[in-house]
Ligand binder design. Structure first.
Ligand code: ASP
Length: 340
């Protein structure tokens, strides 16, 4: 069973502190109009502040789709983590962003290798709602974003990313570090390691029982130019089937893609597994494929079923996920893991 760390805070100041500091783990939430299925879960410690953005929407009777967009936008805009334009660049020194979103009716949208746009998740939603396509990449995605009124941000690394990139250039070795998110921001991370996972995935259920999900990332730091991971891929980084449940992934994207991770988790729930057991079965599949190399990577899944139960599982120790539910509490849960 996961170890649950529950903390309560009581004020708007608590909210602000939570958003600013990953060491503050929870807070009280606005009262609910409907105390039923409302739920939002998201990956890593940064999920705590993101969940608040989603909870504002859900607690006012809003739609899960709006909640998962608003939630991860908090993280995309944050200066304190690597999701979004503050993220680490590719090996050419350019930040490229991937995101996808999916609603309760199999509508989905995605952007990949998008440059100079602050909120890729919102562009992904526009792809879903305003084009006949599911996925736009690179220059075409940027052109679409600009045509939709998204401002082009300067082509510039954040000071932390600049520092991490300069450090990386000394060896130019691509070597992702397991669980680097939990070491805080790049200033406190291992020397030369920097933040190599830079993703938030979020799943929500609204008062009408509608499930939706979102996923947004700057991808693996110092990746090859043009590299895409699982995060913008519907079925790998994210999948939602309202009759069954929803799942999302974080970690080494290449290995999540190998088993179409999020879709696999949903299919396992369809066969009757609980969210946690389904996540575990998907992780075990990856571990089997990787064999001796499993210890070199991290992969993690979160899932919610149509009944509003949630769970998660990781390959290695250190994966956390944040949960807000109708009990009016915010929790950060240390996920169970395979390689003990
Ligand atoms: N899954 C992301 C990717 O492979 C990275 C992460 O989750 O940290 O791009």
């Amino acid at each position: 069973m996961p170890t649950r760390r529950k903390f309560l805070a009581s004020s708007a100041a608590g909210l602000a502190a939570l958003a600013a500091s990953p060491s503050v783990k929870a807070l009280s939430l606005p009262p609910l109009p409907v105390a039923s299925k409302l739920l939002v879960i998201s990956t890593w410690d940064t999920g705590l502040s993101a969940n608040l953005g989603a909870w504002k929407v859900l607690s006012q009777g809003g739609r899960a789709l709006d909640a998962v967009e608003a939630g991860v936008m908090v993280t995309e805009a944050s200066q304190n983590c690597c999701v979004g334009l503050g993220g680490n660049p590719d090996r050419e020194g350019i930040v490229t962003l991937d995101a996808c979103i999916m609603d309760e009716q199999f509508n989905c949208g995605s952007v990949a290798a998008l440059e100079r746009i602050k909120h890729p998740i919102s562009v992904a939603r526009r792809v879903m709602e305003r084009t006949p396509h599911v996925m736009l990449v690179g220059e075409g995605a940027q052109q679409f974003a600009v045509a939709q009124g998204f401002p082009l941000e300067p082509q510039k690394l954040s000071p932390d990313a600049e520092k991490a990139y300069r450090e990386w250039l000394k060896t130019s070795q691509y070597k992702p570090v397991v669980n680097i998110e939990n070491s805080g921001n790049r200033k406190t991370g291992p020397v030369g390691g920097a933040n190599n996972h830079d993703t938030i995935a979020m799943l929500a259920q609204d008062a009408q029982g509608r499930l939706s999900g979102s996923c947004t990332t700057s991808g693996m730091g110092f990746k090859m130019r043009g590299r895409l991971g699982d995060s913008p891929l519907i079925g790998s980084g994210l999948f939602v089937d309202n009759a069954v449940g929803a799942a999302a992934a974080t970690g080494q994207g290449e290995d999540v893609i190998r088993i179409a991770g999020a879709h696999t988790v949903v299919e396992l729930m369809r066969q009757g597994m609980s969210p946690k057991v389904a996540c575990k079965a998907a992780v075990e599949r990856i571990a089997k494929i990787k064999g001796d190399k499993a210890r070199d990577i991290q992969v993690c899944f979160i899932a919610v079923n149509a009944q509003g139960q949630h769970g998660a599982f990781a390959l290695q120790k250190g994966f956390t996920y944040a949960v807000c539910d109708a009990s009016n509490q915010q929790q950060l849960i240390q996920a169970d893991y395979l390689l003990k």
